[in-house]
Design a protein around this ligand. Sequence first.
Ligand SMILES: C[S@@+](CC[C@H](N)C(=O)[O-])C[C@H]1O[C@@H](n2cnc3c(N)ncnc32)[C@H](O)[C@@H]1O
Ligand SMILES: [Zn+2]
Length: 274
Amino acid sequence: MTKRDHFFSVWARGTGLVCPVCAAGIQRDRENLRCGEGHVLSVNRKGYLNVLSRPVHGAYDTGLFTARGLVLDSGLYQPVLQCIQQSLPSGSIRLTDCGCGEGWWLQKVLEIRPDAVGIGMDLSAQAIALATAREAQALWLVADLRNIPLADHSQDVVMNILTPASYREFNRILKPDGCLIKVYPGGRYLREIREKRGMTLYEDGDVEAYLRMHCRDMHTTRVSYEQALSPELAKAMVRMTPLNQDMTEDMREQLEEDAPQTVTIDLYVSVCYL
Ligand SMILES: C[S@@+](CC[C@H](N)C(=O)[O-])C[C@H]1O[C@@H](n2cnc3c(N)ncnc32)[C@H](O)[C@@H]1O
Ligand SMILES: [Zn+2]
């Protein structure tokens, strides 16, 4: 099966995808999708759809997403993943990962929930190109989560992991009983790297307070642990975090040489009803 065929096989299961220009429903037209108003969406050979009207140069480069894939595939975030998996509603759900990066979280969720229809979207075409290389039953989109090309009330779950949010859009695309699963840092998250950089720890409580303003109900779990890193993983840790995107290549190489041997993962997983 080509990557394009894969896209259409997921799309055919019903994703809630609408025309990004006029929000009308869309039909398949050979290798494209087309809405009633005649807007045409081309699925590229890598098997994803880019709905942005112009390319966006995101803050992160391919090196960050490749390192992120390495760290995530190592299992370092497994306890956080388990918490997310346990938080999913039962039944055959439609789920969108808004700001999915290189796709690990969505792939892993779909592995235990093959009945779910999964959509991964990110502003970065580099991240989505990496995501399409994953063996995941997902539909991948380059899209802005502030303007999501999905129908109103079409999703059971929105995941939003270490990524900015748009509560207006999440509320619009979620079914009335659907939920947002938001993952955000606790104060000690990546403490060792922040200390090496002379940064203060994360402010605890800010995101939670903001979330509360947008939710009618929420339930939060804190997942916190410290883990030893192999030298290879310690280097990848330096490159996978946006904390170090402001550094020159020389500075990053220096930090890799002196990379911390342990890392603290301290994340909140909030299940929110908007
Ligand atoms: C720190 S990364 C996290 C990625 C992934 N959730 C993970 O945990 O590996 C933040 C992600 O948010 C994406 N992002 C930032 N603003 C966005 C927007 N407006 N719409 C879609 N994605 C966005 C970035 O491109 C990046 O992939
Ligand atoms: Zn249209």
